[in-house]
Design a binder for this molecule. Structure first.
Ligand code: HSE
Length: 438
């Protein structure tokens, strides 16, 4: 049996995918059942990094998603449109979909998965989160026996590269970002990465799989790394932490399976140096999943790049082909998708507002350098039920002192009330930064 692939996009990941599909020796024998049938590109006159017969290429992407001979459409053009419309049209024509497009899935997943269920086709997206790291399929299958409590990840390589260099060199954010752009590690427009939007897309997808419900992306709290300074990194280091941009999805401990309450968020976080995520450096990604009874597992590896991401894309293609090979659709029996491979949940998870989050905080204060200041801070926090784990004054600048506070677990709303009150005090000059602590 032969299966025909329609590939949309021949950029970095598309090229990596085509290379694997054209170089099968030593890989899984099921690859022999695949034919690269059409490849859709924006411009036919561009030089390519992969040797493909000219007749495969077309700039008519619609013709691929409606081609009766194509079995699986692999969408690697990225962006929202025309990717969304092409995916929906392909589904309407009965094609299975493999995509690396986290932006489309996190925004239009409901529409896409509803259409796919109706048509009995698969939409697989291993490459959308963590590049080459297998994490989607493990969440769907290998960890299915568990009640998942938390998914915590470093899911954006650009920001992890920037923070790693800031940590190693004591350099400011703007300088490291500029160098990262010159070296090609960061995009010319770095917004999606440094403002946390890319990580928010990814944690919305992971949360949906881990907790079995849909996630509204606009309810995911998202704070990027522009506000992280070399000073905070240095203080965190002295206190035993490394600052990472974490994407976190956590089930509220008091929620029941029928009444989920989740916290789903992206923000720079002080990670204890002994935590497995603290040592994930450079462009690498890692995702820690905690559940019962498994405990803690970590998935680590390259979060982007042609080869790693293509590895995830082709594994999805193979999964679909494996099922199609063993369960060929019969004309008179409706084809139903494999329950461990498809996304069938339809309800939306309830996301708790940030004020109800329980977390630890780090806050840096610039205060007047007078007797009793630390006592004033402690009293105000105490009045708002905020318990302090540590409070240190390391630096003074003339008449001003720099004081750093780390709290125990507190309600975020209470912490902000205390800060609002402290900001009114004469002794507090300013509060340059506050960050959450894992
Ligand atoms: N821009 C992403 C990152 C890679 O920096 O990790 C693609 O998801």
């Amino acid at each position: 049996m032969a299966f025909k692939i329609g590939l949309l996009g021949l950029g970095t990941v598309g090229t990596g995918t085509a290379k694997i599909l054209c170089d099968r020796d030593g890989r899984h024998p099921l690859l022999q059942a695949l034919t690269l049938h059409r490849v859709g590109v924006r411009s036919l006159n561009k030089s390519r990094n992969v040797d493909l017969p000219e007749h495969l290429l077309t700039d008519n992407l619609e013709a691929i998603v409606t081609d009766p001979e194509v079995d699986i459409v692999v969408e690697l053009i990225g962006g929202l449109e025309p990717a969304r419309s092409l995916i929906l049209k392909a589904i309407a024509h009965g094609k299975h979909i493999v995509t690396a497009n986290k932006a489309v899935i996190s925004r239009y997943g409901s529409e896409i998965f509803d259409a796919a269920s109706e048509k009995g086709v698969y939409v697989l997206l291993e490459a959308a989160v963590g590049g080459g790291i297998p994490v989607i399929q493990p969440l769907k299958e290998s960890l299915g026996a568990n009640r998942i409590h938390t998914v915590t990840g470093i899911v954006n390589g650009t920001t992890n590269y920037i923070l790693t260099r800031m940590q190693a060199e004591g350099a400011p954010f703007d300088e490291v970002l500029k160098q990262a752009q010159e070296l090609g590690y960061a995009e010319a427009d770095p917004t999606a990465d440094v403002d946390g939007l890319d990580a928010a897309d990814k944690i919305a997808i992971l949360a949906s799989l881990a907790f079995g419900g849909r996630i509204k992306l606009d309810e995911v709290y998202c704070e990027g790394i522009r506000g992280v300074t070399a000073t905070d990194i240095a203080y965190a280091d002295r206190l035993g932490f490394t600052i990472k941009l974490l994407a976190i999805a956590r089930r509220d401990p008091v929620a029941t399976p029928d009444n989920d309450l989740l916290s789903v968020r992206v923000h720079p976080t002080l990670v204890p140096k002994l935590h497995p995520l603290a040592s994930i450096n450079g462009v690498n990604n890692a995702i820690v999943v905690e559940g019962e009874p498994i405990g803690q597992v970590m998935f680590f590896g390259p979060g982007a790049g042609a080869g790693p991401t293509a590895s995830a894309v082709v594994s999805d293609i193979l999964n679909i082909v494996a099922i199609l090979t063993t369960r060929p659709p019969k004309a008179d029996i409706p084809f139903t998708t494999h329950p461990l491979m498809s996304c069938t949940h339809q309800h939306y998870c309830n996301l708790a507002p940030m004020k109800d989050l329980t977390t630890r905080f780090y806050a840096r204060f610039i205060t007047r350098d007078l007797p009793g200041v630390i006592g004033n801070l402690g009293t105000c926090f105490g009045n708002h039920d905020v318990s302090l784990e540590s409070i240190v004054q390391i630096d003074s600048h003339g008449e001003l002192a720099e004081i750093v506070v780390v709290t125990h677990d507190v309600l975020e709303g209470n912490f902000h009330q205390a800060l609002d009150e402290l900001q009114q005090l004469d002794i507090v000059d300013r509060i340059p930064n506050l960050l959450r602590v894992l």
